[in-house]
Design a protein around this ligand. Sequence first.
Ligand code: ADE
Length: 433
Amino acid sequence: MKFDILTIFPEFFVTPFSFGIFNKARERKIVELNAHDIRDFTEDKHRTVDDAPYGGGGGMLMKPEPIGRAIEQIKLKGPKSLVILTTPGGELFSDETARELSGYDQLIIICGRYEGIDERVRELYVDREISIGDYVLSGGEHAAAVIVDSVSRFVPGFLGNALSPESDSFRESLLEHPQYTRPEDYMGSRIPEVLLSGNHQEIREWRRKESIKRTFLRRPELLDRARLTIDDISIVDDLKKTERPIFKAYIALVHYPVYNNRLTIITTAFTNLDVHDISRAGKTYGIEKFYLVQPNSEQQRLAERVLRHWTEGEGPALNKSRAEALEFVVIRDSLGDAVKDIESIEGIRPKLVVTDARPRNNMIGYRELRETMMSNSSDPYLLVFGTGWGLSEEIMENADYTLKPVSGYTGYNHLSVRSAAAIILDRLFSCTI
Ligand code: ADE
């Protein structure tokens, strides 16, 4: 594998790659690293590599000609060669990308500097743009060094025979289990007994469990990609019970005041399907209570009769889980009454989160709201769903947060409230996202 780096600071790459495993692999000709000074490809006497942007604005941009000339000269004809630009706007670098890039014969890495690079370099030469994380570095050199280091570990022969990249963290989308070496007791902290047992099967099981636990606690999103066995899943299920994040969330389904299709305020009718489905979804995702907001007394009686059918008499005997879901449904005359109810339970007014299919200014995203709810776990939240054509403006403008509409790529947006509620609950409270 040949790494060719285009940089205005070639000295940057001397020390980091001149010792250890990389240097050995270099001596064995497994990898080759050349740092090229972009200034060597200029044609003016000042060796200029930057210029002011067209259209004004601060900062300088990297000129296209020296970079273009460098690539034309360096790029190997024939072998599999790829041109990479390091930039905070690129795809996020991962172990999987490193593995994929190790399949090329030559990687040419352009280290971005200044305020960026002329767009035509991207169009004409760059095959992939890579970011090493959501932070801004003063230049792409650090990013290039990271890419070289992690790609080379996948190059056949780089690690020698004894080591394999397959045993490292991330290889299976799981983080590595804890490791210990001598002494057995360090500052009063002993190594886990199982590691002294000599029982290799038990040690393997312990390591697998610790690896799953560490991933679950630190990087749960990685578990989504991991191929787990049934035994692994039962480890995850145990962790879910003991490590459940704390949040206090309530939901309300509002039948008044909501709009009809002519945007007049109306009271909608009780819908059996909505109540069943939303209560089951609410129960699944750990919601405290489900408020049916319905001021019409006839409608209230109808809803009560349906709820009683499942929660009293023969209902629970026929379908226990349905009874469990419908038991946490309560009927209130107004949203204000539901808020008061929660305030009396929690000792603090809940934060109101409203949902709507229509866009508004300043809406909050799912990830941010999820993080906010989980990090302020003593604050109760009330998620408010509207029936009909959506919640009235009065409710919308008094909310603490408005969630972004759920949407696909089609422009068609007519989800039933029970579908929208299920999707929103999953985005906010699912176990791995
Ligand atoms: N250049 C500046 N910041 C960067 C980042 N996070 N990743 C890749 N290149 C960069």
